[in-house]
Design a protein around this ligand. Sequence first.
Ligand SMILES: [Zn+2]
Length: 485
Amino acid sequence: MKVSNIQKGLLVRTMICAVSLAAACFFEASLNVQAAPRAQETGERVTVVIDPGHGGDNEGTLEGITKEKEMTMVTALAMYEELTKYDNVDVYLTHTDDVSMSLADRAQFAAERNADFLFSIHYNASVDHDLFGSEVWISSVQPYNAYGYQFGWEQMQQMKEMGLFLRGVKTKLKDNGDDYYGIIRESTARGIPSAIIEHCHVDEGRDIPYCQTEEDWKRFGREDALSVAKYFGLSDADTGVDYSAEADALPEVSLQSILPATIRDKTEPDICLLSLLSADYDTGEVTLEVTGTDYDCPMMYYDYSTDGGRTYSELQPWPDLDIMSGTYPDTFTFSLNFTKGEQPVITVRGYNQADLFTESASITFDKPFVDQEKAAKEALEASLAAEEAASLENASKDSTSDSIITMADAAGNNGIFQVLNDKKQVNFGVFLIICGILAALLLVIFLLYQIQLSRHKKRRRRNHNKNQNRNQSRNVSGDRSRHPR
Ligand SMILES: [Zn+2]
């Protein structure tokens, strides 16, 4: 455990409490959802224009299973079909063929039909293929900002029910302060409220299951229609469906100035801290605490690195985030496991709603974690060696101990069996063979010795006789030498 990091964490936490309290107050004031009637006034019937995003040469993102323009058309047609079931609505599509159509022409199409709203249908993809979730883009200009926010809030409820991560209802501006997205700019210029519905990201693992098949794209269309029906309080006498009460249960909005919740933050999160709560070198489990805050908008994602920032995990949703109320915990814990002998350098990045991040300082460790696989292998080898040693010891004990095991006669006789175990029978047999060989050797040696002894005696006798003869002949020759010729 790194005391220094924990102390650091405790020190800053007090400061952050004050900061996040201020941030919470800001969100409470600006975002807390109070049930309110729809701000947009309409006649008895409403006119809705659905704009399938892209078309013709403008194919949209190509990162998904097919071209975005094909997906948006399927979704828009399903939305049209669903929406036309309601009594008090007229529905139009900006185009139904695969044609290039300028954004101005689409907005003009809506203006010419006196549309109450233009909904532009899209699917998303990100440069690094790492973002996921559903979002709605709206105008920064009032009253369209307020109308857009109330519709977007309804749309987010539908996307949340589908299980999608929510990225919120937002504005994006150009440097000159105009709305960034052309369809919104063109619609606002013609007095038409508008919203871009970015259903999900076609290039991210967590969103992909939502947009793989034509049925998936149709489902989005039906969900969009439901959001619109609820926003406008539509009803259908045939089925008895009536959403008029829903149109009175929208979030409270002000028509005076742009809603703070929809303003895109241009700065990184103000605080992102990482502290180590515990590190277990035996199990490899490390528990970390993240503290992150942005004074302007909610925190949305985090990711972490275990190699000092060279590579990062996939983005994780900020735990317990409620993007529509703007509430999120500024502190949470998460655990990592190091089981391969790593000596990690851990950093975390906290992302705000504008996908901007702040990186924490790094947490380092004095020694590497245990390589669990290697340790398990070594433990297995050690236990096998110990087992082998124990069995050898037992074997030697057995050979010296009494080899007779007595046991009761299973047949009920009172006699006692003497059971010799196999090993001892083998040992006794070997002993007998060795004794036999030794006896045979001794016999052979004894016989050889006897033969040698008898030969030696004969030789000695023969030599004795020879010596007698030699002495006699030496006397004769000696005479000869003393008398040369
Ligand atoms: Zn698009």
